[in-house]
Ligand binder design. Structure first.
Ligand code: SAH
Ligand code: SF4
Ligand code: F3S
Length: 462
């Protein structure tokens, strides 16, 4: 049977099992935008199989947790939430409970679900999303539990339907997997090797998204800078940006994540030249200490990182730079942590995603000596956050009275409009007249006040 046959067989099989007229799915996604994008493809498949969607687990006929393994905390929440489903399943024995995503690509985790959570019916890995119709079919035609975690099938499947979550921002994967093996990170183990989509498929999807009216489009990959290196396609990432930029329309083009080791001057030139690229670069530095960077296997130095920032600012003086940083990598000394603080002071990021190091089973860093206490790590984190907050507050204060081009994303309950700048800063803006009419439109906003790292303003209309 082909996927299409499984898809058309499901509605009939679900008819007797669902609580209402139409079977309803509840999907909850954890983790990065890559996972969000997978979730949208899974939702697309479920929609094709006749499912509607609900936010209420008690009304659902199919519950799916799309999991993340990047830190322990992310995994704990999944165990907690799946544990709570036991009662829901008791009330509705026909309920199908499924798990997918990065967490279940780890043998020790899947074993735990298999043994201790017998009411979980279906577990499938990150490489077999396209086979969901077949897996569901097997479940509905007699198999009690289905586990499909093969690592082998790494083919990219281009023909999956997509049910996007938003109407304004869209995610577009350009590559999957990661080859970098940073010593703290689980992603290469759970997502497999880098695979790039071919340029034509990306261009086709991109044009569709623009036509549908999406205005803020983010190209996704664990390391977008190595786009094309793993495929037969000759294009490289800067070239891909230039190609996509030729698509007419009013939209911003962003990308995530760039790895500093592969961030080239060609990329910065392309960003500068393209009409649609938002003036925003997310470039994770992880640590300001060369010794730690080396032990993390990041393959760039603090000096190289600062050189890239200078080169980006030289080309685009108004560029907004955001980053990821890890505090408390095994054995990180006070001095090494201070190198991180001084890098933050030097770069003055718009915002930072901050993480306390979390040991991941099977990664090299999890085996490294770590004499630093949890208390010390959390104190360092607070110190780092205080520093970043004061920088963000100063940056925001310096924007007061400026006029920014913004994309109006939604009207909030108090009537104000939540607007995003190209630099990824949110402005809560007042607006004369019908605010709802601006949602989804580009506009100009004058910044009137800064409150710490958020901005208030008013739309410049007329
Ligand atoms: N591919 C991206 C990052 C993906 S994971 C890159 O290389 O930049 C997102 C972020 O989670 C990382 O940048 C890192 O800061 C953080 N992270 C990953 N593994 C972690 C771990 N074991 N403990 C704490 N933070 C971690
Ligand atoms: Fe993880 Fe490093 Fe790959 Fe990013 S580049 S996903 S941090 S291994
Ligand atoms: Fe998490 Fe997997 Fe993304 S581990 S951060 S969901 S790639």
């Amino acid at each position: 049977m082909h996927t299409a046959d499984y898809i058309s067989a499901i509605p009939e099989l679900m008819r007797d099992r669902s609580l209402g007229e139409q079977p309803l799915a509840f999907i909850h996604t954890y983790g990065c935008q890559g996972n969000v994008s997978d979730g949208e493809r899974i939702a697309g498949l479920l929609e094709a199989m006749g499912f509607g969607f609900t936010d209420d687990v008690n009304k659902a006929d199919f519950i799916l947790y799309n999991t993340c393994a990047v830190r322990e905390h992310a995994e704990d929440r999944v165990f907690g939430n799946v544990g709570a489903l036991k009662h829901v399943k008791r009330r509705n024995p026909n309920l199908i409970i499924a798990l997918c995503g990065c967490m279940v690509q780890q043998q020790h985790i899947t074993d735990r679900f298999k043994e201790s959570y017998p009411y979980v019916n279906l577990i499938f890995g990150t490489h077999v999303i396209h086979r969901l119709p077949e897996l569901l079919y097997r479940l509905l035609t007699g198999e009690k539990r289905v586990f499909e975690l093969s690592q082998e099938d790494c083919t990219l499947h281009e023909d999956m339907p997509v049910r996007r979550d938003g109407r304004i921002r869209a995610w577009l994967p350009v590559m999957y997997g990661c080859n970098n093996f940073c010593t703290y990170c689980i992603v290469p183990y759970v997502r497999g090797r880098e695979r790039s989509r071919d340029t034509d498929s990306i261009v086709r999807e991109f044009e569709d998204i623009v036509k549908m009216g999406y205005r803020d489009i983010t190209l996704l990959g664990q390391n977008v800078n190595s786009y094309g290196r793993s495929a037969d396609c000759p294009a490289r990432f800067p070239e891909l940006l230039r190609t996509l930029d030729q698509t007419d329309g009013e939209y911003w083009l962003r990308f995530m994540t760039s790895h500093p080791k592969d961030c080239s001057m060609e990329l910065l030139d392309a960003m500068k030249d393209c009409r649609h690229t938002a003036r925003h670069l997310h470039l994770p530095f992880q640590s300001g200490s060369n010794e730690i960077l080396q032990r993390m296997n990041r393959r760039y130095t603090r000096e190289r990182y600062l050189e890239l920032i200078a080169a980006a600012r030289e080309r685009m003086p108004d560029i907004s730079i955001t980053s990821d940083v890890i505090v408390g990598f095994p054995g990180e000394t006070r001095e090494q942590f201070e190198d991180t603080l001084s890098l933050i002071r030097e770069v003055r990021f718009t915002s930072l995603f901050t993480f306390i190091y979390s040991p991941r089973k099977g990664t090299p860093a999890a085996e490294m000596e770590d004499g630093i206490s949890a208390k010390e790590k959390s104190e360092r984190m607070s110190e780092l956050l205080r520093l970043q907050e004061s920088i963000a507050a100063e940056r925001c204060a310096s924007m007061v009275d400026s006029v920014q081009r913004v994309l109006v994303e939604e009207q909030m309950s108090d009537g104000r409009l939540s607007c995003r700048t190209g630099g990824n800063i949110i402005i809560a803006a007042d607006c004369a007249g019908d605010g709802a009419a601006y949602v989804g439109q580009f506009a100009e906003a004058r910044v009137t006040a800064a409150r710490n790292w958020t901005l208030a303003g008013e739309l410049v209309t007329g």
